[in-house]
Design a protein. Structure first.
Length: 259
């Protein structure tokens, strides 16, 4: 799936007006563009189409400048990238705001260096430390895994930490660190917050492993003890029956011998 399908989820008649990569600079009323296009421009028939966040993320910037016009940058921790929306007529989010796939970011416009109403969608890949072609990027929706852990479970965390609670700087890896599941995201358990040197963890279930000595579940222990006691009681009753049967046989044998 292409990211634009999530951004323009209410529409299917948008079209590409300028591709990613080298191009001839374009003169606009606000100035001349660069010779390398770091995104893809999508036309919307000169209409103000609604633009949505792709999935859970955080707004890094929501501002205005001469080149981009009204623009928004959103970081997506799960995807390890950030996306920009340029030339908006209006935007409805603010810096630091948490978003999801139902968050309306803004509407298509032609502010900044633009010659017509369109969306400039850019994707910056943290792993490559560079912009990538939105038309080549394959967006895969999150599929919740079968729930294996519960809040309160003790686990070993193996994954990437993100500063500032939700997003921020990435790339710091934590390995074999014990913590406790404290919340869930989309029905998956997440050890959150996990503090180490000021960082806060946001780790997926795939990056968790069970701790060797899980947190004591006294209810389960009590239930287990009841089962053990029940089993012992049954064994005692069986032994008593066997003992009773042996006594009866001894009495019968003694009675035969004395006759």
């Amino acid at each position: 799936m292409k990211a634009i399908e999530k951004v323009f989820k209410e529409y299917n008649d948008y079209y590409i007006t300028d591709k990613f990569g080298p191009r001839e600079p374009i003169k606009t009323p606000s100035g001349t563009t660069s010779s390398f296009h770091k995104g893809v421009d999508y036309g919307t028939h000169s209409k103000p189409y609604n633009q949505y966040a792709v999935e859970d993320g955080v707004v890094l910037e929501a501002s205005t400048n001469n080149s981009c016009g009204n623009y928004v940058w959103i970081e997506y921790p799960r995807l390890n990238l950030k996306m920009c929306h340029y030339h908006l007529k209006e935007f409805y989010v603010k810096k630091g705001q948490k978003v999801d796939n139902n968050t309306l970011i803004g509407i298509t416009g032609k502010t900044g260096m633009a010659t017509g109403v369109h969306l400039h969608l850019g994707i910056f890949d943290y792993a490559k430390n560079d912009y990538i072609d939105p038309e080549e990027y394959n967006y895969v929706e999150y599929q919740p895994a079968e729930l294996k852990y519960n809040i309160g479970d003790k686990v070993i965390v193996n994954g990437v930490l993100y500063e500032n609670c939700y997003g921020g700087k990435t790339g710091k890896t934590v390995t074999d660190k014990h913590t406790i599941i404290t919340r869930k995201i989309d029905d998956r358990p997440v050890p959150y917050p996990y503090n180490t040197s000021g960082d806060i963890g946001w780790v997926s279930e795939d990056e968790l492993s069970p701790e060797e000595e899980p947190v004591t579940d006294y209810k389960k222990l009590y239930e287990k003890e009841l089962l053990i006691n029940k089993d012992l009681k049954l064994q005692i009753e069986q032994l008593e029956e066997i003992n009773k049967e042996l006594k009866n046989r001894i009495y019968t044998a003694t009675d035969i011998l004395t006759k």
